[in-house]
Design a protein around this ligand. Structure first.
Ligand code: ATP
Ligand code: MG
Length: 549
């Protein structure tokens, strides 16, 4: 295997193991169940599960479910399905809500130690009182309530005595702290909402900062990996753990994944779904894991991609072509081949008997010529791609032209004898002859410059193709101008539906992954297929000038 440099997280882990700071590794993947997972989450999953696996540790799946109004069991289930599909298995399935009792007990503890208080200010007053980076905040008029009074009020909050927004619980730290996070952060807010797990048991819910670190600590997470925007939260993460004197989990930040021509915000993806701008979370144009799966991207290609992009401490925009390259790498190795004609022109083999059909055994994958075969019929009436014929062809055009020869893939060499056109001058039929002595098995080998794909008309199956392109037209979706909306950049041509004609074996394919339509691209059968109307989604084109560095 190719040796690569350790990334900064591996360096930290190896140092921690070597120094005895930890004796085993425990990580967690902490999704909020408020949407479907996207490619950015795949990066986080590959890191969390990958690091633990590499160092003999384990990874918990912990749902960060502290916001009952946005969360749903539909999302909980899809997240599990996506992680398993990516090829990972969690140790324990846990929920932040499992710890609501413990978190609340810690809140009472902080109150009794004079480190938390109930604040009656409105949300606006609280944010105004916070100050700015260069101006200290001001103390809340409720900051100096006694622990006993705070405890009584907190218990009343919990018992449902107050309305939403009427009171909050805040930590009592330092309203002039240079890190704004320390200016008496909110610990609990009142919310009358039914939680997907705890039902109506609670009407106060803990805030992220009062939840995440303690949950990590309860689970003895050694390396809590998150994205860069959380670096300002880290001191507070540490403060709660130190103040409560609990297991010392540590947080480390890496750069979130951004990809060209798409975006990875669950909120915006949800909006696309709700407004019907895509067919659903699993629309094959979506950057969600269920979307790319339906598009035909493989878990292996995604893992390869996450490995290639590495881990960085600086935000960067990755080229989506690298992901497509990984998909091609994997599919090129594994996918079955079939011939499909998308924009057909009729070819009649005038010297081939009317009622004769020959079946050729063709390899499903050229890398394995002795492996499994598919049977391809050949007859007098064929279809080829319109683009594979040219009447006034330049010298370098090695496909079919008047009086020219070409090899029909897996079969004979044919020669174009006559071009038939309609009244408007469009080519409607090419009358060709075939050379029986060029049979690929029994004939003599004779080489011609061009080889093209084709299908035999009587056995051909009509299929529907959904040709997908990028969802957005702007490469860097973080650069949407202020006077525009991200939806203004939706690509109007991101889906083009066409008909095509396939060799019959395609419909019997049961490989379970995308297949290659020879010379054109990778396609995967869609769940919308019916026996009379098979539908195939375009995964990616066959080739691209793109080369990874
Ligand atoms: P979004 O902004 O899309 O809603 P999120 O960060 O709120 O994403 P969570 O469900 O909280 O979504 O994320 C679970 C984990 O995945 C977190 O640890 C988060 O840091 C990580 N993650 C989310 N988006 C990305 C990304 N683009 N690249 C890498 N990791 C990500
Ligand atoms: Mg989040």
């Amino acid at each position: 295997m190719e040796e690569r440099k350790l990334n900064f997280l591996e360096e930290i882990i190896e140092a921690d193991l070597a120094s005895g700071k930890v004796d085993s590794i425990m990580t967690r993947f902490p999704p909020e169940p408020n949407g479907y997972l996207h490619l950015g989450h795949a990066k986080s999953i590959c890191l969390n599960f990958g690091l633990a696996a590499k160092y003999g540790g384990k990874t918990n799946l912990r749902y960060d479910d502290t916001n009952p109004t946005k969360e749903d069991t539909e999302y909980v289930d899809s997240i599990k399905e996506d992680i398993k599909w990516l090829g990972f298995q969690w140790d324990k399935e846990l929920y932040a809500s499992d710890y609501f009792d413990q978190l609340y007990a810690w809140a009472e503890e902080l109150v009794m130690r004079g480190l938390a208080y109930v604040d009656d200010q409105s949300q606006e007053e609280i944010s105004a009182g916070r100050g700015t980076i260069d101006r200290p905040g001001t103390d809340s008029p409720w900051r100096n309530r006694t622990p006993e009074e705070n405890l009584r009020l907190l218990r009343e909050m919990k018992a449902g005595k107050y309305k939403e927004g009427e009171k909050v619980l805040r930590a009592k730290i330092d309203m002039a702290h240079p890190n704004m996070m320390f200016r008496d952060p909110l610990l609990y807010r009142i919310k009358y909402a039914t939680h997907h797990r705890t039902g109506d048991k609670w009407c106060i819910y803990p805030m992220y900062d009062f939840t995440h670190g303690q949950c990590d600590s309860i689970e003895h997470i050694t390396h809590s990996i998150c994205t860069l925007e959380f670096d300002v939260h880290r001191p507070l993460y540490d403060w709660f753990i130190e103040t409560l004197g609990i297991f010392p989990s540590h947080q480390y930040e890496f750069a979130r994944l951004n990809l060209t021509y798409t975006l990875m915000s669950k909120r915006k993806l949800l909006e696309l779904v709700q407004k019907g701008l895509v067919s659903g979370w699993d629309d094959p144009r979506m950057p969600t894991l269920c979307g790319v799966r339906r598009r035909g991207y493989t878990a292996k290609a995604l893992r390869m991609f996450c490995d290639k992009i590495g881990v960085s401490k600086r935000d960067q925009l990755m080229d989506i072509q690298l992901l497509e390259w990984c998909v091609r790498q994997d599919l090129n190795e594994r996918s079955n081949r079939y011939m499909v004609v998308q924009d057909p022109v009729k070819v009649t083999i005038t010297n081939y008997p009317e009622d004769k059909v020959e079946w050729f055994d063709c390899p499903l994958n050229p890398a394995d010529p002795e492996g499994a075969k598919r049977r391809v019929p050949f007859s007098r009436n064929l279809l080829i791609e319109r683009a594979d014929f040219m009447e006034d062809a330049p010298k370098k055009f090695f496909r079919l032209k008047p009086d020219g020869e070409v090899r029909l893939k897996y079969t004979y060499i044919i020669k174009c004898e006559e071009v038939i056109k309609d009244a408007e001058g469009n080519v409607v039929e090419l009358r060709c002859s075939y050379d029986p002595s060029t049979h690929p098995v029994t004939g003599e080998w004779r080489s011609v410059k061009g080889t093209i794909h084709w299908v035999s008309v009587p056995e051909a199956k009509e299929i529907t193709l959904r040709n997908y392109d990028r969802l957005f037209t702007l490469a860097d979706m973080s650069k949407v101008p202020e006077d525009k909306d991200y939806k203004d950049f939706l690509n109007p041509d991101s889906l083009v539906v066409t008909k095509a004609y396939a060799e019959p074996a395609l419909l019997g394919d049961n490989s379970g992954i995308a297949v290659q339509f020879e010379r054109t691209g990778y396609y995967v059968k869609d769940k919308d297929s019916t026996p009379s109307d098979p539908v195939f989604n375009k995964t990616t084109s066959l080739k691209d000038s793109y080369k990874p560095e």
